[in-house]
Design a protein around this ligand. Structure first.
Ligand SMILES: NC(=O)c1ccc[n+]([C@@H]2O[C@H](COP(=O)([O-])OP(=O)(O)OC[C@H]3O[C@@H](n4cnc5c(N)ncnc54)[C@H](OP(=O)(O)O)[C@@H]3O)[C@@H](O)[C@H]2O)c1
Length: 274
């Protein structure tokens, strides 16, 4: 399997990255630089995580060329609207200390607020101005996707959604794929809730792999990009060792059968928090 996916705009994103949600700003530089030194190239951040400064320091401390890295940030709900989102991109760039983002996402649609089309126009212009290489969305339902595509003619390259064995998201992943949008899984380990499931344990025992490795491999084999978070170097490394084994079709079905439609995070149809 190729370790990268070509996006519809021609840019390329690593299939595996590291997420930095819930990592305190003062710890983020250490985690990000360790992850990059261990071989990660995709770092998934957001304004609301409150650690973009640490993320930028980690990028710098890693010593790896900016051009080799793929840095994502996201426009938060309170930053929606054309002018607000243009400023949000500038502010994120300043905090991280970069002159461009590889990917910028609208974090949540906030449909009641009804500003996501204007926010999308801001990202389109930020891309035209070279502040962002690729633009995408997160937590968008098919209706939200169709509206931004219909009103602007510009396709988001990626939709970051919650996916894990308890929330397989077959329909939403198919909706993304139908539109040539890459699905990227947030909370890919599902708060470890399926680690002890007999189906996962049986595969782990047969292959000599950990539950995290088996679940991450399940994501990859479904064509999904993953951004697991760990603040522990040995687990960061463990989560990378997922390229040298393969799950059978039976394994894939057994893991997908753990689907309960249970979310770890909020429902995108309802979430509007500022
Ligand atoms: N777009 C959105 O709305 C949205 C929402 C939520 C998250 N995200 C993004 O998705 C990223 C990942 O999601 P997440 O952080 O919620 O959860 P996650 O990556 O599914 O799981 C993180 C948890 O798993 C543990 N862990 C990691 N590797 C492990 C391993 N090999 N064995 C055992 N435990 C392991 C971590 O603990 P240790 O640190 O102790 O290893 C941590 O408690 C976030 O960091 C963020 O970038 C996006």
């Amino acid at each position: 399997m190729d370790k990268a996916i070509e996006l519809s705009d021609g840019h390329v994103i690593p299939r595996l990255g590291v997420g930095v949600w819930q990592i305190p700003d003062e710890d983020t530089a250490g985690v990000v630089s360790s992850a990059i030194k261990a071989g990660y190239r995709l770092i998934d951040g957001a304004f609301i995580y409150g650690n973009e400064v640490g993320m930028g320091k980690g990028v710098e401390q890693s010593g790896v060329d900016r051009g080799e890295l793929f840095i994502t940030s996201k426009v938060w709900n309170s930053e929606q609207g054309y002018d607000e989102a243009r400023k949000a991109v500038e502010d994120s760039l300043e905090r991280i200390g970069l002159d461009y983002l590889d990917l910028c996402l609208i974090h949540w649609p906030c449909a009641t607020k009804n500003q996501y089309v204007e926010t999308w126009r801001a990202l389109i212009d930020a891309q035209k101005d070279g502040q962002v290489r690729s633009i995408g969305v997160s937590n968008f339902d098919p209706d939200h996707l169709d509206r931004i595509i219909g009103e602007t003619g510009v396709l988001p390259v990626l939709n970051q959604i919650e996916v894990n064995p308890r929330l397989v998201q077959t329909a939403m992943r198919a909706e993304n794929a139908k539109r040539n949008i890459v699905s990227q899984a947030w909370t890919p380990l599902g708060q470890l809730a399926s680690f002890d499931a007999p189906a996962i344990q049986a595969i782990c025992n047969r292959l000599g792999r950990s539950p995290a490795q088996v679940i991450l491999r399940w994501h990859l084999q479904q064509g999904v990009s993953v951004i697991p978070r760990s603040t522990d170097l040995s687990r960061l490394k463990q989560n990378q060792e997922i390229w040298d084994f393969e799950l059978t079709e039976k394994d894939m079905v057994a893991i997908s059968a753990l689907d309960e439609g249970v979310r770890c995070g909020p429902d995108p149809a309802e979430f509007e928090d500022e």
